[in-house]
Design a protein around this ligand. Structure first.
Ligand code: SF4
Ligand code: SF4
Length: 100
């Protein structure tokens, strides 16, 4: 899949985040780090920024998606039911692979 299509898919999903933080407290990344950015919400936020052209967040974003263990705990808690693993984490990992 071309990278622009992947990014459009990411943007369409990430834009639905209402920033409620319901996913954060249960995300293993946050539980281990206690840093806001290291959480499902952080991934979704940075994914959105990257998808709208903020290329400077790429390095951190790829670090975050590589750390995600794809447990889907975030998806269970997410009120708008964002498909964080399949529509955000996996496409961004694929994008990272294409860029290598
Ligand atoms: S799937 Fe990833 S982002 Fe979601 S709770 Fe698990 S580690 Fe966190
Ligand atoms: S639970 Fe869903 S809507 Fe709320 S901050 Fe997390 S990703 Fe965004």
């Amino acid at each position: 899949m071309p990278s622009d299509v992947l990014l459009e898919q990411v943007q369409n999903e990430a834009i639905r985040c209402v920033n409620c933080g319901m996913c954060k407290a249960i995300c293993p990344l946050f539980l281990a780090s206690r840093e806001d950015l290291y959480s499902a919400r952080g991934i979704v936020f940075y994914a959105y920024l990257y998808s709208i052209g903020k290329r400077e967040v790429l390095q951190k974003l790829l670090e975050l998606v590589r750390m995600c263990i794809m447990c889907r705990c975030c998806e269970v808690r997410c009120p708008p039911r964002i498909k964080i693993v399949d529509k955000i984490v996996r496409p961004l990992r694929k994008l990272a692979y294409q860029k290598q």
